[in-house]
Design a protein around this ligand. Structure first.
Ligand code: THU
Length: 148
């Protein structure tokens, strides 16, 4: 179901505000992300870089961390803001982390330019790995392949 104009405005504001707190001295690429929960709450995050570059955490994953830490796990929409001319789609790692909780979430990317991206997570990450795959893990009496 499409979100209302006021929900869109609140989500965008949350993402823009979070992007202003981004810690991105290395890339200079500030990202803000905001998740809309089914109960109407909004959880936002920014990217947090590190001098050990591989430890950087993206804005989307920080927004997920905020929501899960507050006890919220059901989401309808993820909005990503970058102060760029073109909108930014979420990276692969963030697609995977968001899919854990919301495989059908709608993803909207907005920027300073006129262009938006609006796409379902199912289209961004088709045939994803998820909790269901772990159902196929070997049972305790079938673990001989793991013994060595
Ligand atoms: N980044 C995000 O926050 N989200 C994405 O989906 C893509 C990349 C951040 C990570 C890093 O701080 C900067 O953007 C450049 O890659």
């Amino acid at each position: 179901m499409p979100i209302s104009e006021s929900q869109f405005a609140a989500l965008k504001q949350g993402a823009v505000d979070a992007s202003r707190h981004a810690w991105c001295p290395y890339s200079k690429f500030a990202v803000g992300a905001a998740l809309l929960a089914t109960d109407g709450q909004i959880f936002a995050g920014c990217n947090v870089e590190n001098a050990s570059h591989g430890l950087t955490i993206c804005a989307e994953r920080n927004a997920v961390g905020q929501a899960i830490s507050a006890g919220c796990r059901d989401f309808t929409t993820l909005l990503i803001f970058t102060a760029t001319d073109k909108p930014t789609a979420p990276c692969g790692a963030c697609r995977q982390v968001v899919t854990e909780f919301a495989p059908d979430i709608e993803v909207i990317s907005v920027c300073d330019g006129p262009e938006n991206i609006q796409v379902s997570m199912r289209d961004l990450l088709p045939r994803s790995f998820g909790p269901h795959n772990l159902d196929d893990a070997p049972k305790p009496d079938q673990t001989s392949a793991l013994d060595n």
